[in-house]
Write a protein that binds this ligand. Structure first.
Ligand code: HXC
Ligand code: NAP
Length: 294
């Protein structure tokens, strides 16, 4: 029996491609990088901490037999992003895909934030994404070469969310960038898509969004209609598909992978799920009776 935790795409589905994954040394970026490697891609992982990247690169190469280039880069700095591109071309000769995955986030009441805290999150998420997109997009256009951009957003990119306001603003901007360039750069054969994950446990996100004092009070899987958090392979399957030529006609899409979580919070009457089933007989009697004259 097939399981959702299994790799999905055909062997060699990303063979011959070189993909840059920002934030590829940890968490979801690492998991997606691993699957890209298993499917035959070369992967460049870029983030600030070179020691973390180097350790991840060694492990990923040992696990998959693929080629990984770790490059230190703060995505907020355009020159550093250009250096990642140069290092990629020197090592692999070309670049075919960009996964904008690096992010910064933490929970806080907005009035407690300094303007620098706001700058920091928007800098990593929005500026980092447009820096990488611009540098690599310009390269593809100059080389008359096709390319694929995949941006990791969140479901609150369109709903907004209190307590993560800089992240919500930045992810909304990334979604606008995705949809805008899907149209503008289609003529260059550059596709732009996004994925909006629900909760997928990672150390980076859990330390900053669900610290122990909060975890004791709330079980995040209870907010999800499917009553579980996501498995990294499920996300990796989707990302690999959107990176691959199998999705050649998908452009400008944002795919939600959250077990129904955001709609659960949005649907006016979804709270009725809390009612004990035996109450429905009485409720039906009352509702049916409402229209009848006494
Ligand atoms: C209030 C805070 C704060 C906090 C930092 N700041 N943490 N303010 N509450 N908890 C303020 C600092 O005081 C400083 O402002 C400014 O933010 C920058 O902080 P630095 O520590 O100097 O920044 P830096 O070293 O660049 O670190 C960036 C970071 C850090 C975002 C703060 O957490 C980080 O490196 N994060 C990377 C990984 C990450 O965040 N992963 C989670 C992604 S999860 P002042 O004014 O004092 O100088 C995600 C999932 C969403 O996005 C959806 C889940 C379901
Ligand atoms: P994570 O492990 O903390 O990943 C964030 C990565 O971004 C780290 O590798 C970090 O590396 C890198 N990064 C941060 N600032 C950077 C900068 N200035 N320049 C370059 N790289 C930088 O968290 P994650 O949970 O895997 O998150 C990955 C993505 O998924 C993010 O876009 C996040 O918003 C999204 N997401 C996650 C969830 C979830 O439930 N986990 C849900 C929805 C969306 P360095 O520290 O080395 O720089």
């Amino acid at each position: 029996m097939m399981k959702h935790t299994e790799p999905m795409l055909k062997e060699g589905a990303l063979q011959g491609k070189t993909i840059l994954v920002t934030g590829g040394g940890t968490g979801l970026g690492r998991s997606m990088s691993k699957y890209f490697l298993e499917l035959g891609a070369n992967v460049v992982i870029a983030s600030r901490k070179l020691d973390v990247l180097q350790a991840a690169a060694n492990e990923l190469q040992a696990e998959t037999g693929g080629q990984v280039l770790p490059v230190a880069c703060d995505v907020r700095n355009y020159q550093e992003v250009e250096q990642v591109l140069a290092a990629t071309l020197e090592r692999f000769g070309s670049i075919n895909g960009l996964l904008n995955n690096a992010a910064g986030n933490f929970i806080s009441p907005t009035e407690r934030l300094s303007h620098k805290a706001f700058d920091t999150i928007v800098g990593i998420v929005l500026q980092g994404t447009y820096n990488c997109t611009l540098a690599i997009g310009k390269h593809w256009i100059a080389q008359k070469q096709p390319g694929v951009i995949l941006n990791i957003v969140t479901t609150y990119a369109w709903t907004g969310s209190g307590y993560v306001v800089p992240s919500a603003c930045a992810k909304a901007g990334v979604l606008a960038l995705t949809r805008s360039l899907a149209v503008e750069w289609a003529k260059y054969n550059i596709r732009s898509n996004a994925i909006a994950p629900g909760p997928f446990p990672t150390k980076g996100a859990w330390d900053r969004l669900f610290p122990p004092a909060l975890q004791d009070k709330m079980d995040v899987s209870k907010k999800v209609p499917l009553k579980r958090v996501g498995e990294h392979q499920e996300l990796a399957n989707l990302a690999a598909y959107l990176m691959s030529d199998y999705s050649a006609y998908i452009n400008g899409e944002v795919v939600t992978i959250d077990g129904g979580e955001w709609l659960n919070g949005a649907g006016e009457f979804n709270f009725l799920e809390q009612l004990p089933p035996e109450m429905w007989d009485e409720i039906e009697r009352m509702v049916r009776g409402a229209g009848k004259s006494k």
